[in-house]
Design a protein around this ligand. Sequence first.
Ligand code: URA
Length: 239
Amino acid sequence: MERLQKFLARAGVASRRKCEELITAGKVAVNGEVVRELGSKVDPDHDRITVDGQPVRMEPHVYILLHKPRGVVTTAADPQGRKTVLDLIDLPQRIFPVGRLDMDTSGLLLLTNDGALANGLMHPKYEVDKLYRTEVEGYISDESIARLEAGVELEDGPTAPAKVRLLRRSKSKSLFEITIHEGRNRQVRRMCDQVGHPVLTLKRMKLAFLTLGETVPGQWRYLTDKEVDLLFRIAGATR
Ligand code: URA
């Protein structure tokens, strides 16, 4: 027996948190009965489990690194009908993004149908590093850099210490790399706004040990077995 939300995440329906939302929203049925309780246990070998009436089947797991271009949204389905990252990846499996990049942010995005890995990577406890190449308006002073590194006060609380590596700066704009491990909504943009330097361009170059490599925007590749193993270790999950 297994908890319903754990089974759904493992089957690749969505991340564990999203699966919990599906359950409480009454979208999940076990043997024809809608189940809204998060603690419910199921027997994946014998129970018939559906989401929105569609049977849930265990699919082989896939792990994808996408070089997200600017101008596409990260959500799986956009109510406004804009192009999404899933439109760039033509696969039979239902995959979902691990975390989010803003529409105007480009760079490294992972997608998978493995809820266990997605969950671990997004969990704040594991402090997975993300490196962003950031171009901002104006000449960023050493003081502002020190503030970004020490943590700035945002409306949802102070940010954790970050690492900044300055690449160049001029009167009109500055370019630096910033490494953070939190994943709050629009975090880098809000941090830069807070120190008075609105972001011009933002690109995620690294996530943990993974880099964009030679990929061009819009291109994707499967992670290697070795990369997947390492990610599992980092995310404290079992494969
Ligand atoms: N920080 C942001 O502000 N935006 C992103 O897309 C990612 C990190």
